[in-house]
Design a protein around this ligand. Structure first.
Ligand code: ADP
Length: 346
């Protein structure tokens, strides 16, 4: 069955294809299929080549009954686990029934679905906790604590905190979805990063004072213009400085260092670098690759206690990507952390 024309057509199809003749042998495979099953399979009975039971069943149904079948096929190639959707369709082979197997790689689609499901589960969980607390207190205020002014005041304070937590979560979720939607469009207006850093520091100074933390800005002082969205950049600096005060404040000092980069290798051009450095507890560097994932926290209890949503660094990452910049994290347990933003100036 493997004529020159069949070979040419199979070679042109950008996914693995296996052709099985009516005598149940592998008649042809294109290069991609050869990579999966090996070239030695040609001419052999399909059972010895395909092996996986679900795949064999679907081929059998096609050969015996002329039915089209679709199944999921899991495999591991050299680098990763992959999921394929395999369609086995009947084809005419000299008056008898052959089968054509077409493999579609659905790994990324399935991963995207999984990420979406995880995200919805996480959001629901994050909202459910304060909501349950609120419902509980409302119930108590309507019943046992109805005539207890002292308890009422205390409960109202807690309810306010829980409602604020939900408010922050919704605000961060909206912010994240807006940033993600705009991520491909680099801002075109030019803004002064140094002024934005200083304004973020000014806003957070009272918080630092309350926490007993000295907030210091060092380095370059003159304006540095970058193509940027000023609200979003303020959000980046605010999130990082706020985290440094919240989680690294034990060191008593948070430094924001501004330096001009003549030529940054990461984006092959001039830029500006802002480092937010604390001398707090730091964390094990194993967490670094996951820290910018939504809802990932080193210490969930601590983050919740500090009113964290677990979205701050995810927002930072997306904003920095939109600005075609780089975001680096370093930390040494017991010594503190350094969060660095590098932005191209042209
Ligand atoms: P959160 O709302 O929990 O603060 P973020 O995305 O801003 O969420 O941060 C994720 C986690 O990273 C935090 O929960 C915390 O565990 C850790 N983290 C962030 N900044 C620091 C820091 N300066 N020092 C130590 N841990 C930090």
């Amino acid at each position: 069955m493997e004529s020159e024309l069949v070979r040419t057509i199979l070679a042109g199809i950008p996914r693995p294809i296996v052709l099985i003749s009516a005598d149940e042998r592998v008649a042809a495979m294109n290069d991609r299929a050869r990579q999966m099953f090996g070239s030695a399979g040609i001419g052999r009975h399909y059972i010895t080549v395909l092996r996986q039971p679900a795949l064999l069943d679907s081929v059998e149904m096609t050969l015996r009954l002329g039915q089209t079948r679709s199944i999921r096929y899991l495999t591991t190639d050299l680098t990763r686990e992959a999921t394929f959707e395999v369609t086995s369709s009947p084809i005419e082979d000299r008056g008898r029934q052959g089968a054509l197997l077409c493999f579609e790689d659905v790994t990324e689609r399935e991963q995207a679905g999984e990420i979406r499901r995880d995200f919805v589960a996480n959001v629901s969980h994050e909202l459910k906790t304060p909501l349950t607390a609120l419902l509980g207190f409302i119930e108590t205020l309507k019943g046992p604590a109805r005539n207890d002014p002292k308890a009422r005041d205390r409960f109202l304070d807690i309810m306010e905190r829980e409602a604020e937590r939900m408010n922050r979560l919704v605000r961060d979720l909206l912010s994240l979805s807006r940033v993600e939607a705009e991520e491909r469009v680099r801002p075109s207006t030019r803004v002064d990063v140094v002024a934005l850093v200083r304004s973020s520091v000014l806003t957070l100074r009272p918080m630092a004072n309350d926490a007993g933390v000295r907030l210091i800005v060092t380095g370059h002082e003159d304006p540095v213009m970058v193509p940027g969205d000023s609200d979003q950049l303020v959000q980046v600096f605010t999130n990082l400085i706020e985290n440094a005060i919240k989680y690294g404040g034990a060191g008593g000092r948070v430094t924001v260092e501004i330096s001009v980069l003549e030529r940054e290798l990461a984006f092959r051009g001039p830029g500006i670098r802002i480092d937010v450095i604390d001398q707090g507890e730091g964390f094990d560097p194993v967490h670094i690759p996951r820290l910018t994932e939504r809802f990932y926290r080193v210490d969930s209890h601590r983050s919740r206690e500090k009113g964290g949503t677990g979205l701050g660094l995810a927002i930072v990452k997306h904003i920095v990507n939109r600005h075609r910049g780089r975001f680096r994290i370093e930390s040494t347990p017991g010594q503190g952390s350094r969060f660095s933003i590098m932005l191209p100036t042209s």
